[in-house]
Ligand binder design. Structure first.
Ligand code: PMP
Length: 391
């Protein structure tokens, strides 16, 4: 079998050993966490342990962590007019989302479509702060949702500056911290976030778990799922104890290793990008002038199509993705790159390489070797086609 190397950590990360151990232990628990007997209390204990672990990663209080099925649900739970603060019970009147948000935020959550505005970004994908200030003047009690780091480019937003503007305008700030968590600092207070979404499977926990974390004093008056009153009435349904336990354990492990992992990934990512630009000087690395996550590289070379390149990489043992949304399996043009003003043909060629904590030098060697083979054969093929057309 061909040796393989995985470079799609922003799509999902492999399960951490700590998460697997915690899940196996939780799967052996027979109880329902709402039951009062010992078995039920043991399940409850596993959940509360995970809650403290998740709270620890973001510097929040455990009671303000609500477990969900993932960040998509966390985002939907957060993006509602029915947000109350200690002082104010009136609903939020408008939602502002940045143009580079994940579809689960871009969709506007539970706001009516005519109450949602999209905030422009600059050519690096950074929210235009002046435009944000102007936009917020159109609302009395705005809710703003800006991601900590972009899943395609890895570009990190100036969260504290955004939070200052939002709060000065009587607004609340929701931060989709899915891609930043475990890679850069995610302290809810330092970010200035009122609400923050996390996803388990980007941190080395299982898929299908996540959390919405609130600052103290933020109250969600409209749950997304009603029923048995679990998760303090915010998310009904019997808890997925094993997934939650795995998420908690992954979060703790990710937090403990964060700084060392970030350094390790940045060295390897920079090595890849240096080799890429040496070999293809016309390669465009998106967001390269901005602060980026240490693990992400989104790039394009004119004439190279992402769809064919990704298949060729795969045949050469390398898992990469297109930066574009391809949830349906079909590569579409990236709305993130469009918002950054990237021209269509170049955007269509964007390829994302995303690394993780156990990516090795040898993996980068495999990637670079495959790169040489894939790019030279694809570009040659296109040249031949072009020549045939010209003839
Ligand atoms: N936000 C961002 C930035 C993401 O990258 C993702 C996952 N692709 C999500 C939200 C959704 O997370 P989940 O898969 O847990 O629903």
């Amino acid at each position: 079998m061909t040796e393989r190397a995985y470079f799609d950590w922003n799509a999902t990360a492999p399960l951490r050993a700590e998460a697997r151990d915690a899940m196996l232990a939780a799967l052996a628990l027979p109880g329902n966490a709402s039951s009062v007997h010992s078995e039920g209390r043991a399940a409850r204990q596993a959940i509360e342990r995970a809650r403290a672990q998740v709270a620890g990663l973001v510097g929040a209080q455990s009671k303000n962590v609500t477990f969900t099925s993932g960040a998509t649900e966390g985002n939907m739970l957060a993006l509602t007019p029915a947000l109350e603060t200690g002082r104010r019970k009136e609903p939020r009147d408008r939602l502002f989302v940045s143009a580079v948000e994940h579809p689960s935020v871009r969709g506007g959550g539970r706001f009516p479509a005519d109450a949602v505005d999209v905030l422009p970004v600059d050519s690096e994908g950074i929210v235009d702060l002046a435009a944000l200030k102007v936009a917020l003047a159109n609302a009395e009690r705005p809710l703003v949702s800006v991601m900590l780091a972009n899943n395609e480019t890895g570009v990190v937003q100036p969260m504290a500056a955004i939070a200052d503007i939002v709060h000065a305008a009587n607004g609340l700030l929701h931060v989709d911290a899915v891609q930043g968590a475990g890679r850069i600092d995610c302290d809810i207070e330092a970010l200035g976030a009122d609400l923050l979404s996390l996803s388990s499977h980007k941190l080395g926990g299982p898929q299908g778990a996540g959390a919405l974390v609130r600052c103290d004093g933020i109250h969600i008056a409209e749950p997304l799922i009603r029923g048995g009153g679990q998760e303090r009435n915010l998310r009904a349904g019997t808890e997925n104890v094993a997934a939650i336990a795995g998420f908690g354990a992954a979060t703790e492990a990710a937090g403990r290793a964060r700084k060392a992992d970030a350094l390790h990934m940045a060295v390897l990512r920079d090595r890849f990008e240096a080799a890429l630009t040496a070999q293809a000087p016309d390669a465009v690395i998106f967001g390269a002038k901005a602060e980026r996550l240490p693990n992400t590289s989104l790039f394009a070379i004119s004439g190279l199509k992402a769809e064919t390149a990704i298949i060729s990489f795969d045949l050469n043992g390398i898992a990469v993705s297109s930066g574009a949304a391809c949830s349906s399996g079909k590569v579409q043009i990236s709305s993130v790159l469009t918002a950054m003003g990237v021209e269509g043909d170049l955007a269509r060629g964007a390829i994302r390489v995303s690394l993780g904590w156990n990516t090795t030098e040898a993996d980068i060697d495999l990637l670079l070797n495959a790169w040489m083979r894939v790019v030279s054969s694809l570009l040659k093929g296109q040249e031949l086609k072009g020549a045939a057309r010209a003839a």
